[in-house]
Ligand binder design. Structure first.
Ligand SMILES: Cc1ncc(COP(=O)(O)O)c(C=O)c1O
Length: 691
């Protein structure tokens, strides 16, 4: 997967991609400029005109599974997004590590004296990591900042500089690059949101290494594992401990970045990520499975460290209501499996939904949801949310026109279940996405029943995914939990609908979350405000059990689906069964959507109608022996429920029928036992029914 530009890329280089193509093709035809120096090497063919020149594609391979750009913006967000998006930049982890572990002196151009601006706290962070950072800002020349004298220009710095870090608009970059070349810097680093390909080419010709549209703090934190503490997907899968770029000083002080050239960085497959993502060996003990950090709180180094943590200026743990290492590991694992940028876990699936909407909505706001949802979600949206001033209107996911009829300019989000509980309705995610895109609002997908093994909503345009991890993710019926995953691709600043992300947050001295955290702003805001203030935190023990469960998710889901199909086929031919609603059955009306969204199987939760209605429905659930009669799904054990007498009993009969939970409906969650035993159990229970 190639990282896509996450949101409002703010290219200010004034050249569009076509112009740039022409410029570069004219300047360096048939040559491939390596990153190391102004060496120009012969390439067998000239640049094809329909493709960007090699420089833009970067000779460095970014980890392909590292799905999008990290956050922390340097410049104000352009609400109109990229003028003409340039090809995404890819840098290998080896290259970035090589730079960050070897540069000693960094000149930071455009640094601010405001302690709550990104440039200020990036400077402070890099100082903490042992770099000498020299501030450059003509407006503050001669003054002192964070213990360093501020210079007006790079040329005024009286000592050698390894790297120039640029916190300026893209259009202002060329003269800074010329100065960086003049003072003999080895690296030019342009902050997140800053990119000027023409200036980059000039620097590379002069032998400098160039990084654009990245934040050294974020990359440092990602490579050293600190970013994972916030549930951010580092993209790193390794059986070695995380080593921060500056923790172990390398023997070779300057590793040529093109060492990464030509190295094929593989994207680990789903099963590998299910087993590894988020967990490298414990840095202190080497423990290979994730330890359960059963602690409420974490010691600060000093008052300044505490202040940086509370201000969200540095990565770290404060208190387990907000973050806990075991929970963070689970968050990263789920983010990785969903192909998302970051995740936030909560005490239950319902809590994840609450945290999502609290972060999105203001009192008086509206959203739209599918009418085919878990009964508890319908109750939450219909009965409890209005007390907070949030109005939900429902639509029929089988009729996409009904979605268009209810979405208005006041709608702030659309919520669906990819595979609904209990009706097994498969929703056309891409059709929903077309509507949400039109209105500039996020599409939220509850992916609980499908799990990322069967369906990956981000590939189809979802912006946020929520889970009840209680179900298939933990998988063994032993831990409540929920999770929010953000794709990192939604542009929160495109409209003025999401002030909670784009306006200064008074609880954090005016910090703007989208500006500061970019493509993981949503989960950071949900954590730093909603989770902090309402407190539905996942317990570390539950995170441990859920993570262990996920390690076999791919194996379990295959068996769940295979068993479910056989049970559904058996029921379909049973005399006491009126109908079976399993999207995985041949000829089911959802077959085309299953082929598109659930190619590996239609899950293992489905409903059937027993002849004789409510009475026989309750008879069946009381007669089974292997199936457990209870209100849960997604267990290794097979489960059975009569929704009308249990989970959906709060709804009117009309609502029950609309939600696929009428009086004759029985819901099954097929486990991973021997399927013949499941079939025999249902058979004897159905035979006990009177017709
Ligand atoms: C699809 C779906 N979403 C959300 C939830 C709520 O999750 P939890 O019970 O973990 O709060 C459930 C619970 O059954 C569910 O089935």
């Amino acid at each position: 997967m190639i990282p896509r530009v996450a949101h409002a890329a703010r290219w200010r280089n004034g050249l569009d991609a076509a112009q740039l193509n022409r410029t570069l093709t004219a300047t360096v035809p048939r040559f491939f400029l390596t990153a190391k120096s102004n060496r120009v090497t012969s390439s067998p063919s000239s640049f094809p005109h329909h493709r960007a020149p090699p420089l833009l594609q970067s000779p460095f391979h970014h980890r392909p599974f590292y799905t999008s750009r990290p956050g922390l913006l340097a410049a104000p967000i352009d609400p109109h997004g990229p003028i003409d998006p340039l090809p995404p930049l890819r840098y290998s982890d080896d290259m970035l590590r090589s730079i960050l572990s070897t540069v000693r002196t960094i000149a930071m151009v455009g640094v601010s004296s405001n302690w709550n601006r990104p440039s200020y706290f990036v400077m402070k962070y890099l100082q903490d990591k042992g770099c000498r950072v020299i501030p450059v800002n003509p407006g503050m020349a001669g003054k002192e900042l964070l213990g360093e004298r501020v210079y007006a220009r790079l040329e005024d710095i009286p000592e050698p500089v390894d790297m120039v870090d640029i916190f300026r608009a893209s259009s202002s970059v060329p003269p800074i690059v010329s100065s960086a070349i003049a003072i003999g810097a080895r690296v030019v680093w342009m902050q997140l949101g800053v990119r000027n390909d023409t200036a980059a080419l000039e620097a590379q010709r002069a032998g400098l290494v160039v990084v654009m549209d990245r934040c050294p703090k974020i990359e440092f934190g990602r490579l050293g594992g600190e970013l994972s503490w916030q549930g951010v997907n580092s993209g790193i899968v390794s059986s070695k401990r995380f080593v921060a770029p500056r923790e172990k000083r390398r023997k070779v002080m300057w590793v040529a970045p093109e060492a990464a050239d030509g190295v094929e960085e593989r994207e680990p497959g789903f099963a590998t990520r299910a087993v590894h993502a988020g967990v490298t060996p414990d840095p202190t003990t080497g423990a290979r499975t994730m330890p359960i950090y059963q602690t409420t709180s974490y010691v600060f180094d000093d008052v300044d460290h505490a202040a940086s943590l509370f201000n969200l200026h540095t990565f770290g743990y404060i208190y387990s209501r907000l973050t806990n290492p075991t929970v963070s590991a689970l968050e990263e694992r789920i983010a990785s499996l969903e192909g998302g940028r970051a995740a936030l876990c909560s005490s239950s699936g319902h809590a994840a939904q609450f945290l999502t909407f609290f972060t999105l909505l203001e009192p008086g706001d509206e959203f739209v949801a599918s009418q085919n949802l878990y009964g508890g979600s319908i109750t939450q949206f219909k009965m409890s949310f209005p007390k907070l001033g949030w109005k939900c209107t429902f639509f029929d996911p089988d009729d996409m026109d009904s979605l268009r009829r209810v979405v208005t300019e006041k709608t702030k989000a659309v919520f669906i279940e990819s595979l609904s509980n209990p009706g097994g309705v498969v929703v056309d995610i891409e059709a929903c996405n077309r509507v949400t895109q039109e209105y500039g609002i996020p599409l939220i997908v509850d992916n609980t029943l499908a799990t990322p093994y069967l369906c990956q909503p981000f590939k189809h345009g979802a912006d946020l995914v929520v889970h009840s991890t209680t179900k298939f993710l933990s998988g063994h019926g032993n831990s409540l939990g929920g999770c929010i995953v953000e794709s990192g691709k939604f542009n929160w600043a495109k409209t003025d609908k999401f002030p909670s992300l784009t306006k200064p947050e008074s609880a954090y001295h005016g910090l703007v979350f989208y500006e500061t955290f970019g493509d993981f702003a949503f989960t950071t805001k949900a954590r730093a405000v909603a989770l902090r203030d309402f407190g539905p935190t996942m317990a570390p023990f539950n995170a441990f059990l859920t993570m262990t469960g996920i390690e076999t998710l791919h194996l379990r889901m295959e068996r769940h689906c295979a068993n479910a199909k056989k049970v559904a086929e058996f029921l379909q031919s049973h005399a006491v069964v009126a109908w079976v609603s399993y999207a995985g059955l041949a000829g089911n009306k959802y077959t085309p959507l299953v082929e598109k969204y659930l190619p590996k199987g239609a899950g293992s939760v489905f409903t059937f109608g027993v002849k004789g209605g409510f009475e026989n429905g309750t008879k069946v659930v009381e007669s089974v022996n292997v199936f457990s009669h209870l209100a849960n799904i997604g267990d290794t054990r097979s489960l059975i429920l009569h929704p009308a007498s249990t989970t959906h009993r709060q709804l009117t009969e009309e609502q029950q029928i609309a939600a696929g939970a009428g009086p004759d409906v029985i819901r099954l969650s097929i486990g991973i036992e021997d399927v013949d035993d499941l079939i025999a159990d249902l058979d004897q229970a159905l035979k006990s029914c009177k017709l």
